[in-house]
Design a protein around this ligand. Structure first.
Ligand SMILES: N[C@@H]1[C@@H](O)[C@H](O)[C@@H](COP(=O)(O)O)O[C@@H]1O
Length: 324
């Protein structure tokens, strides 16, 4: 059956139950190569731009949690690590297009130093793929809306399997559970109401900071609203001073610090929202896999907020899909 969507972004958001499976399968097919390459590596330098940086942060957390030192770095800073770690590290690059200029430049520098490169891309013919010793192809089909949606969740799912492969295990059961829940998460977010705010502040910690950053980026890119993302405790070290009654504060973490921040923000009149937007399905998942689902309502939220502001979420006027 052919269903017509007003925006490419909506079609891409709704296709994620399939795209996360595809990405997982691609990573799974490379399990033994991943294991071979990772054995003996001193650590990982993980990099990407925009949404791909947020995926880098996710993979770095996963690697560190499994006892493999990893650092997430913006592509323009990778050179510093090449100079200090050289070929002892593996350099991992995320890029939907495989063509973002800063990412390609960093990968080229790493390749010229003789270091090994792993990439996660959605284009097998890309410059980044050609520079890579091992490519994990996301296989999510063309992503046309400027803001990344399905490629992001694909990067997270492929990262989960990447880490399982390093540990000699397999994340298939997790993937099946997550993929089966995408439709329900989208359904629950169907009637979400956007709030009116001058500024959105997203707070998380650990894995939920990845979601906080990506949600902030989605709203910025598509709805042209000012957004910030903080590690919840950091918010108390400064930004709380300038937050006010015209702000929306969205919390993903559920610890005591966050509860205190929520109370304080409510007291000065900010609108405080729960990051799961009330979804019991999302709340039924633990981190790290929860990240794959948790961003989906915010992808839809960003699209609806853009619509309510008379903007086309697919085509922000100052951004391009690929910054070559
Ligand atoms: N506006 C886009 C972002 O939405 C995207 O996240 C980034 C990285 O793209 P890629 O993943 O293709 O390297 O590039 C551009 O800046």
């Amino acid at each position: 059956m052919f269903i017509w969507f007003m925006y490419q972004m909506e079609e891409e958001i709704r296709s994620q139950s399939t795209s996360v499976r595809n990405a997982w399968e691609s990573a799974h097919r490379k399990s033994s190569e991943i294991q071979d390459m990772a054995s003996g590596a001193m650590g990982f330098v993980v990099s990407g731009s925009g949404t791909s940086f947020n995926a880098s942060l996710f993979l770095s957390l996963l690697l560190n949690d499994s006892g493999r030192p990893a650092v997430p770095v913006a592509p323009s800073e990778v050179g510093t690590y090449i100079r200090s770690l050289g070929r002892n590290a593996i350099y991992v690059f995320f890029s939907q297009s495989g063509e973002s200029r800063d990412t390609v430049r960093a990968a080229r520098e790493a390749a010229e130093s003789g270091a090994r490169i792993i990439s996660f891309t959605n284009s097998q013919e890309s410059t980044l793929s050609k520079l890579s010793d091992l490519e994990i192809y996301l296989s999510v089909g063309p992503e046309k809306a400027v803001a990344a949606t399905k490629s992001f969740t694909a990067m997270l799912m492929a990262s989960l399997e990447f880490c399982s492969a390093i540990q000699g295990s397999c994340s298939e059961a997790v993937m099946r559970k997550v993929a089966a829940s995408v439709g329900q998460v989208v359904g629950q977010a169907e009637n979400l109401q956007v709030v009116s705010a001058d500024n959105y502040i997203f707070l998380g910690s650990g894995y939920s900071y990845v979601t906080a950053r990506e949600a902030a980026l989605k709203l910025r890119e598509t709805a042209s609203v000012r957004t910030e993302a903080f590690i919840a405790q950091e918010f108390e070290h400064g930004y709380i001073q300038v937050a006010g009654s015209k702000d929306a504060v969205v919390t993903f973490s559920e610890d005591q610090v966050t509860a205190r921040i929520r109370e304080e923000c409510t007291s000065f009149g900010a609108q405080v929202l729960d990051g799961s937007l009330g979804s019991q399905v999302i709340r039924g998942f633990d981190y790290p896999e929860r990240c794959v689902l948790e961003i989906i309502p915010w992808q839809l939220y960003a699209m609806r907020l853009a619509q309510s502001r008379g903007l086309n979420p697919d085509r922000p006027d100052r951004l391009t899909k690929v910054l070559r």
